[in-house]
Design a protein around this ligand. Structure first.
Ligand code: C5P
Length: 225
């Protein structure tokens, strides 16, 4: 295989958006397509890794050899990830997890009334999945995050690297239509403690292989033979 370092390793990957219910027929979500996470899962499986892919709702086929766990909400994704995180060698948080959910989900479809010209939804913070994985003190996987930003890419990404205690973060400029959300292409700059690497715009499948190669290199640097 192209990536011998990943052979036999267990990778846990999140992908796609989450859906936060408002009522039985409505939800809050975002534009994540899941393509980057699925491309990483496919490339890792091809490299001989055991891959578990926890995904929000997306329109993508499960890559060959990948175990797929479908979830809807951030809370469900959190539960699915925490059940598996300590048996993974590598965790990659590629999902665009909703930062907030609706505080009280209505049991029935909310109705428009003539007196309701304004409606207020109260939101509460969701758990930070990747921060909880990175905070594991026992059997903590090598933890890789993504940062999709529309401005201040480098500084926001480096801040997330520190704050969430990640081993590596892939910063992704989503302000351009030429890459990022829904696109087949992406460009990222990866940051770690004391280093960075720009990976130029390319197909998400090729970029996935390059990211996995960097992860394998970083793991070897952290734990020299
Ligand atoms: O949303 P944010 O830009 O902070 O996301 C950065 C990283 O954190 C991503 O890897 C994302 O998957 C992860 N994340 C998470 N749980 C959240 C929010 C973000 O795992 N609630």
């Amino acid at each position: 295989p192209a990536l011998p370092a990943l052979q036999g390793k267990t990778l846990l990957i999140t992908a796609g958006p989450t859906r936060e219910a408002i009522d039985p027929v409505r939800f809050l979500s975002n534009h994540s397509s899941g393509k980057m996470g699925f491309a990483l899962a496919e490339a890792a499986a091809k490299a001989g890794a055991k891959v578990q892919l926890v995904t929000g709702p997306v329109n993508l086929l499960t890559p060959a050899g990948v175990e797929r766990i479908d979830v809807q909400s951030a809370q469900q994704m959190h539960t699915a990830v925490m059940q598996r995180a300590s048996t993974a060698d590598i965790f990659i948080g590629c999902a665009a997890v909703a930062d907030y959910r609706v505080a009280e989900v209505a049991g029935q479809k909310m109705k428009k009334t003539s007196s309701n010209d304004e409606l207020t939804l109260t939101l509460v913070k969701n758990p930070d999945i990747i921060a909880d994985v990175a905070a594991l003190t026992y059997q903590r996987p090598f933890t890789v995050g993504f940062a999709a930003e529309t401005e201040n890419l480098a500084s926001y990404a480096k801040d997330k690297l520190q704050r969430k205690k990640l081993d590596l973060i892939c910063a992704n400029d989503v302000s351009s239509k030429e890459q990022g959300f829904h696109s087949e292409h992406n460009a990222i700059t990866a940051y770690w403690q004391g280093g960075e690497l720009a990976l130029e715009r390319q197909a998400k499948t090729a970029l996935a292989a390059a990211i996995l190669q960097l992860i394998a290199q970083r793991i070897q640097q952290q734990q020299p033979l």
